[in-house]
Design a protein around this ligand. Structure first.
Ligand code: SAH
Length: 357
């Protein structure tokens, strides 16, 4: 099905049964988008940290190796990655883990057949899962999710003159426009926010909360540690963070659904709380730049540049892109989690999620 027919299908649906929720619109648009392409890299729509440089996945691998070594656990381990994209992060992290003598089973949670094919070429014998439910529960997890939570659909509520309503997508002629739903939603809004100004928007991500609760429950039951990396905020606020990117440029999220990457910022306070509530220890929340610096990315960059002097400028640019405050260093954050009895892990310097302060 092409993106045109997805838009046509949304139009028929809305004409027949009325506006659909923003969550429904985003969920279907994303399912279509990821099922039909490899969106990553210079020829795709966006570039992620593991595609910028091998240093990113290597630092993740080093963090996991350190935690696993210090845990005292000597048996089997499962490397689990949510939304592994091209498999680049997994390849770089597993190379480092194996250098430390840690050779986990590899389990990839990936919904896209197109990306599973790319991952198979890159990683060889791995096991795929549609979601976490089928990942084995018989050994501790070394779990990684980079730019996964931002791809889960958000639910939006909007304050109207008559109280809170679900934010919906309606039709104005052929155009998709946002409107307020008809049913009162005040009961779904925390008391402190009930009287927000008209037009205020609250965003939640039910899918992210569910995944984080499952990760938390598994870390509590199986042991292990997890790193969840994404762009997002430590303190929740108001506003829609929905954005669409196609060909490395921002586009209107409500034009041509299914043809652009749709994302929302991750609410790290909510993500941490869901995992903690299910039994995991929250190790901390760091800016990506701080996290990578503490793990020694500058030394790794220097070593790579020494080994390949003709690539010095490229390596310096990648280091800046991953860690610079104006680039990915401050907007991207790293949430660290561990099972009870597992060590703290390096790289969490000071900043706790809002709910942990
Ligand atoms: N982690 C990779 C890719 C990020 S893009 C990187 O950093 O380069 C988001 C990834 O999540 C893609 O692999 C996409 O197919 C996958 N994905 C998105 N929504 C998903 C869902 N609901 N279930 C499983 N995988 C999903």
């Amino acid at each position: 099905m092409s993106a045109d027919t997805l838009a046509a299908r949304f139009r028929r649906l809305i004409a027949a049964t009325g506006p659909i929720t923003v969550q429904h619109f985003m969920g279907e648009a994303l399912a279509h988008y990821y099922a039909t392409r490899d969106p990553l890299g210079v020829t795709g729509d966006f570039v992620t940290a593991p595609e910028v440089s091998q240093m990113f996945g290597e630092m993740i691998g080093a963090w996991l190796a350190d935690v696993a070594s210090r845990s005292g656990h000597s048996g089997r381990l499962h490397y689990v990655e949510l939304g592994p994209g091209r498999g680049t992060l997994a390849a770089d992290a597993l190379r480092v883990l194996r250098r430390f003598g840690i050779d986990p089973e590899v389990h990839l949670v990936e919904g896209s057949p197109a990306l599973r094919a790319v991952q198979a070429q890159r990683l060889g014998a791995v096991q795929w899962h549609d979601d976490l439910a089928s990942v084995p529960d018989d050994a501790p997890l070394l779990l990684v999710a980079n730019e996964f939570l931002d791809a889960l659909p958000v639910r939006q509520l909007v304050r109207t003159a008559n109280g809170w309503r679900e934010r919906m997508v309606a039709l104005d002629g052929e155009r998709f426009v946002c409107v307020a739903g008809e049913r009162p939603m005040d009961a779904a809004v925390p008391a402190a926010w009930r009287d927000a100004a008209e037009g205020a928007i609250i965003e939640t991500c039910p899918g992210a909360a569910a995944v984080m609760a499952e990760i938390g429950a598994r870390l509590a039951a199986q042991g292990g540690a997890a790193l969840v990396i994404d762009y997002g905020y430590a303190v929740p606020g108001f506003g829609s963070s929905l954005q669409a990117v196609r060909g490395h440029a921002k586009v209107d999220p409500f034009v041509a659904p299914g043809s652009a990457d749709l994302t929302a910022l991750v609410d790290f306070a909510a993500a941490a709380e869901a995992a903690r509530g299910a039994g995991a220890r929250v190790l901390g929340l760091s800016d990506q730049g701080d996290f990578l610096r503490v793990l020694g990315i500058a030394a790794r960059a220097a070593a790579l540049a020494k080994a390949a002097p003709d690539r010095g400028e490229e390596i310096a640019a990648a280091l800046d892109r991953l860690t610079g405050a104006e680039q990915m260093g401050a907007l991207f954050k790293v949430l660290g989690l561990a099972g009870p009895g597992w060590p703290d892990g390096a790289g969490f310097v000071g900043m706790a999620p809002a709910s942990a302060q």
